[in-house]
Design a protein around this ligand. Sequence first.
Ligand code: FMN
Length: 277
Amino acid sequence: MSAYADAIARRFGDVGPSGEGVEDNAFVRQVLSRKTVRRYSEKIPDENLLDVLIAASLSASAKSDFQQASILRVRDTAKRAAIGALFPAMPWIANAPVFIVFLGDARRLQRIGEMRGKPVRNGTLEGLFNASVDAALVMQTMILCAESAGLGVCPISVIRNEIDKVAAVLGLPDLVFPIAGLCLGYPQTEGHVSLRLPRPATTHLDCYDDSGLVAAIDDYDRRRDARHAIPREQQRSNAEFGEVVFYGWSEDKARQAAKAEGAAFPPYLRSHGFSFD
Ligand SMILES: Cc1cc2nc3c(=O)[nH]c(=O)nc-3n(C[C@H](O)[C@H](O)[C@H](O)COP(=O)(O)O)c2cc1C
């Protein structure tokens, strides 16, 4: 049997390739079984370990070698409390032993242009996108390395919903913006591997084809519900959409996406050096 069969079955729960004959690789198996963790034990991660994880995360690929990601660790207790207080519904933001913010940083390249007397204009959509991708890769590298070292993590993009206040606490200059924070600590609870969409819905061969989407989503909803049903009390926006008997993943995500989020982010970016051109 494939070294990956159990992990792939746990992740997708459907029939599909399971890596028959592929050599075992502990890191890949770890990634297949990764999960977000929001409750942490009292144990504080070692500072030297954090240094290594930061070095590893900054080893991520970087578009054009521009290296437009920065990492801001929030260690000051008053700053942590100030950010945590903005999001009382997510107490793990204030409580996690370690909190790091991943920044898209288009400023550094702009400054390098000035240093070298060149006309760098990095507040374009290209600059914004490149810095966002770089920062996301650095964050994901941190996530996977931290998890492989036994830590549990939770990315926190909700900080962008209060971008002005968060940026003030962190002293962010023009052309620097958070893509997300990251809570880190040792897991207090086991948690569970979240079932992913069936691979035929998210992978394509040679041309894009989503003709099977409706059936795939219905099937996924049923299988996911059988494994981890969304409790009745967690149904969103019942006043607007009503309570339903079968409340699956797609109903939940459609309701979530019906509520606009992140309205403060575009004006923040526009007033901090980005033109979107
Ligand atoms: C970019 C990004 C932002 C996220 N922001 C938040 C957040 O603000 N708060 C939170 O509790 N979880 C957040 N998450 C965690 C997701 O909810 C989680 O990854 C998702 O439910 C899938 O679960 P899994 O990672 O265990 O597979 C975020 C994840 C990503 C990748």
